[in-house]
Design a protein around this ligand. Structure first.
Ligand SMILES: *Cc1c(COP(=O)(O)O)cnc(C)c1O
Length: 345
C-alpha cells in the first residue's frame, strides 16, 4: 500500500527546515527589524525591500479558485523544473533509488535525476506513443520511487490514455507524477479531479505555456496536503520572488483573455495540421493536444537548416527515440504560421 512516510528519504523526514523571519513572525507590526532588510526602501517604487511571502498564499488562494483545488494542495515552484527537482530530492536517495521515465518525453526528468545522482529507468512509449504497461511492470523495482508521465506529452503532442494512468495509480505505490504543462490545449480533461482518489498522484502545471508567462517562472504542483508539506519543507525559502507573485496575481484575473488565446492557438494548430499534411516534404503530422505539432519530414536536419536560413527556428527532434526525421513546431501567430508554410513550400 501507499505509505508516504516510507517513501520520503530518511534525512528529509527528519530535516529541521529553515525558519525565516517571515515564518517566525506573521502578525501586524509597525516596525520591522527582524529580517535585515533595507528599512530605507529601494531604488524601485514598490515594497521590494521586503522579503516576499514564502508560501505565496495570495497567489495560491487565487489559483485555488481558478483551478478548483484547495490552496493547501498547491505547491509553487520557480518553474515546473523546480517542482521536478524538489520531488526527486524529497523521495529519491542518491545512488540507491531510481525513477522511471517513458521516452520520448520531456528532458528535465532525466537531467534532474542525473544532477541528483538518481538512476533513470527508461520504458519507451509504444509506437502509438502510449504507455507500455507490461514493460512498466517489468521495470519497476523496490527502489523505484517515482514515475514521470507527461500528458499531453512533449515532444509527441498526444495525450496518454487516462485509463492507463489510472491503472498505474491503482497498482504502483510510489509517486506518479503527471506533467500537464499543455493541458489547456487538450481535448482531454485534467486529472486534477482525481486528486482526492489518489494519495500518490502529483500533477504538474505551469504558467509558462497557455498563460503566456514563461518569463515569470511559475510552476505548480497539485497533490495531497501531505506531499505539499514535504515539498514546502525542502524548497528554498523565497523561491517565488515578489515581482512574479504580484504579476501572477494580476494575470490570474484574466482567465477570459487566456481562454481567447487558447481558442486561437487550437484553431491555428488545426489549420497548420491540415496544411502541413498537404505539403510534399511532410510525411506525417502527429495528432496534437498541445500548442505544437510533431511532424515527420523527408530530411529533418536539411529542412531544419533551410528554415533557419529563412529566419525560422523550430526544434529538431530527429535524434530522439521514436522520432526519426521529426521536427517539433510550435504553433505561432496566424502570420508566423503562414510564413512557416510558405517556407516549407
Ligand atoms: C514547457 C514544459 C514545462 C514548463 O516548465 P516551466 O519550468 O514551468 O517553464 C514543464 N513540462 C513540460 C513537459 C514542458 O514542455
Amino acid at each position: 500500500m501507499f505509505n508516504l512516510d516510507e517513501l520520503i528519504r530518511p534525512n528529509i523526514r527528519s530535516l529541521v527546515p529553515y525558519s525565516s523571519a517571515r515564518d517566525e513572525f506573521k502578525g501586524e507590526a509597525r516596525i520591522f527589524l527582524d529580517a535585515n532588510e533595507n528599512s530605507l526602501g529601494s531604488p524601485l517604487p514598490k515594497w521590494y525591500n521586503r522579503y516576499p511571502d514564502p508560501l505565496q498564499l495570495a497567489v495560491k488562494e487565487k489559483l485555488s479558485s481558478v483551478k478548483g483545488i484547495p490552496a493547501q494542495q498547491i505547491f509553487l515552484g520557480n518553474g515546473s523544473d523546480e517542482c521536478i527537482d524538489i520531488l526527486i530530492r524529497a523521495f529519491c536517495e542518491p545512488a540507491l533509488d531510481n525513477i522511471v521515465i517513458v521516452p520520448p518525453t520531456y528532458g528535465m526528468y532525466e537531467v534532474s535525476a542525473g544532477i541528483n545522482n538518481v538512476k533513470v529507468k527508461k520504458v519507451p512509449l509504444t509506437p502509438a506513443f502510449q504507455l507500455d504497461l507490461p514493460a512498466l511492470e517489468e521495470a519497476i523495482d523496490e527502489h523505484t520511487k517515482m514515475i514521470f508521465l507527461c500528458s499531453p506529452n512533449n515532444p509527441t503532442g498526444n495525450s496518454l490514455v487516462r485509463e492507463d494512468i489510472e491503472i498505474l495509480l491503482n497498482n504502483y505505490f510510489g509517486i506518479v507524477v503527471v506533467d500537464e504543462a499543455y493541458i489547456n490545449f487538450s481535448r482531454q480533461r485534467s486529472l486534477t479531479s482525481e486528486l482526492p482518489e489518489y494519495p500518490n498522484l502529483v500533477i504538474l502545471q505551469t504558467l509558462s505555456k497557455a498563460w503566456g508567462l514563461a518569463a515569470l517562472r511559475i510552476g505548480m504542483a497539485f497533490a495531497s496536503e501531505a506531499i505539499v508539506q514535504v515539498m514546502n519543507r525542502i524548497k528554498p525559502p523565497y523561491n517565488i520572488n515578489q515581482a512574479s507573485q504580484e504579476l501572477a496575481l494580476k494575470a490570474l484575473e484574466e482567465v477570459g483573455q487566456v481562454n481567447d488565446m487558447i481558442r486561437v492557438i487550437v484553431r491555428e494548430r488545426e489549420r497548420l495540421e491540415t496544411a502541413l499534411a498537404a505539403l510534399p516534404v511532410v510525411k506525417h503530422v502527429f495528432e496534437s493536444d498541445a500548442n505544437f505539432l510533431l511532424v515527420r519530414v523527408d530530411d529533418a536536419k536539411g529542412i531544419y537548416r533551410s528554415l533557419l536560413d529563412k529566419g525560422i527556428v523550430v526544434r529538431d527532434r530527429s535524434n530522439v527515440v521514436l522520432c526519426d526525421d521529426c521536427l517539433r513546431i510550435t504553433v505561432g501567430t496566424e502570420k508566423e504560421n503562414d510564413e512557416l508554410l510558405n517556407a516549407l513550400k
